[in-house]
Design a protein around this ligand. Sequence first.
Ligand code: PEP
Ligand code: MG
Length: 583
Amino acid sequence: MEQIFDGLGVSGGIGFGIAHIRESGVCEINEYCIPTDHIDDELTRLENALEKSRNQLSKLRQKANQLPPAAAEELGFLLDAHLHMLKGSRLVRGVNQHIRDYKINAEAALQHVLDEISEGFKALDDAYIASRQSDVHQVAARVMRNLCEEPHQPFNDLPDNSVIIAEELTPADTALMNPKTVAGFTTVLGGPESHTAIMARALGLPAVLGAAGVIGAINTGDSVIIDGDAGRVIVNPSDKTRRFYQRRAIENEEKNKRLAYLKDREALTSDGVKVTLKANMELPVEIDNIINNGAEGVGLLRSEFMYMNRDSLPDEHVQYKIFKELLERLDGKPLTVRTLDIGGDKTAKSLIEDFGNSICSPLGMRGIRLSLNRPDILETQYRALLRAGQHGPVKILLPMVTSINDVRQARLFLQQVADKMRKEGMDIPDPLPPLGAMIEVPGAALSADALARVCDFFAIGSNDLTMYTLATDRADEQVAHLFDPLHPAVLRLIQFTTQAALRNNIPVSLCGEMAGNPRFTALLLGLGIRDLSMSASNIPKIKQRILEMAEQSAVQRANIIMDQTDSGRIAMLLDDFSDRGGF
Ligand code: PEP
Ligand code: MG
């Protein structure tokens, strides 16, 4: 029977396929001895995995409340039982005891205790006991996954047209999806501007995040439609529904084809103002799409994706090769590489050991702070970039800048690395590539005048700027309705930053998700931004929007908007302007 689940449509398009439930908790377990003086560390490691599991279950519990009452009650009961088990059951006590008594690692201890419990259950032939056994296994699998910190399973052996159904997917997981075999995905957890959502858009995969109830209700092999525009997942669709979505998919394709003719056209407003449209990039495979959509360069390469899904850090040669190949493909157009921005929802195994939980906190050791703390990592990136700079115009962008000191230190270090390379006899660009700052923290935006004096350019990161200004996690679907880039505070910071850049004669662009949404184009132009960087597939529709609008009218409308105090009224004024064609 057809079933419908609603969530957040974070990546548009229609995906048809067969459900593939992404199993959690499958990882290889090795047993090894723990020296006596490290037993406490091992117990802490177990406690951290338990805590993480409890947090995950609490989030799922919240989500369950959004389901129809009967389903909410049943799922809630099950999740409560799982949570309870993590608070001091025989399973948890047993694992603690095994680590102490046998001095073995937590994964092996967990496996032993699970085997013992299962053995006990086997002796009893009872349906209730059998379901309890399945609960224990599910809870143990979750803890095991968190212990192994190995959540990613490559999606490389999937049949064509697979639709991934998962509790949660990290950006690193998503980066492993091959759009040739994956038709789309849906998760229970995840927010609209999370990097998982951004990755889905980059790969052109229809995606619905935050869809309560999809786990448990969908089975591997079910037929599924992902409506990434409306944020809807349809399971086992009726013939009528299927026909409706087939028509929608054809219409979408025709719309995209119609826009393709714009590829080589300049983005000029009807009154002749030029806007530069560049692409954001996460994975090197995106370069064809970037070129085919007529991007005027890469305005943001999120280099952190080179650090994900690998056990060690990428060395200078690996990075140099990637940058060089991209520059050759860009054929004279600029490549703006952001130095490592690991942190928040983007993590890399090779760095977690060094920095622990701080790296996962949006307020912790992330972005430029991490790079300045680990000059070896920054030096490798600088060296790769300076070598690549011989093959085309490179710009270096620093993430999560909060003070002029961040930029001063990063610039001094760039100069030192360059001097060393010259002494080694290497050819590097002279002058050195421009060094710019992401403006994505309110403190940086408010210091924009001072920062403009030490930066060669600004790139406004409206995603983090919105998150930090409104104290709203961009990756949390429960506060998605509060993540509002039209909040007057966010707009004032964008305006202030743009004016500071213009006053100080440095270029300013905006590369957050606002740049790729035609709804915001008039406002951004009206605020003085003339350089936008976005997911490549959005370039044609933004260009079309620019071609049909007059810059003067956009400025007038932005002036009216900036006098408002309420984001609802701002949205109305903006949408009304767009509906009238931007005049
Ligand atoms: C931003 O914060 O707006 C941005 C462009 O960077 P990221 O989305 O990678 O955090
Ligand atoms: Mg950011």
